[in-house]
Design a binder for this molecule. Structure first.
Ligand SMILES: [Zn+2]
Length: 109
């Protein structure tokens, strides 16, 4: 299931991310391993093969920068989860996209 939203301000990264980070994209290890930074093009992002990244949800522009992204596999179920946020350089809005895999209910035999 994919969830999408848009906002005027970043939701998945810090409000001051432009000043806080010095690189376009860095890996921040924690309980979730987030890739954050000042923003990097989709085609240059480390997770571009593993996350279904697309353009701006508001104006469909491809002139976007990924400001935050994370992907993880659930330890027990093996389900995949990811989130990312991008900033659109054309309409100046942020778009968030999240995915959670819910495999069919497995029968316990
Ligand atoms: Zn846009």
């Amino acid at each position: 299931m994919i969830y999408e939203s848009t906002s005027d301000k970043p939701k998945m990264t810090e409000q001051d991310y432009i000043d806080k980070y010095t690189k376009q994209c860095v890996l921040i290890r924690g309980s979730q391993n987030w890739h954050k930074g000042t923003g990097i093009k989709i085609e240059s992002h480390q997770l571009k093969e593993k996350i279904s990244m697309n353009g701006c949800k508001s104006c469909s522009s491809k002139n976007v920068l990924v400001t935050a992204a994370q992907r993880r596999v659930h330890m027990f179920s093996g389900d995949i989860y990811w989130d990312f946020e991008l900033f659109c350089k054309d309409c100046s809005r942020y778009a968030q996209r999240s995915y959670s895999e819910n495999k069919c209910i497995r029968k316990i035999t």
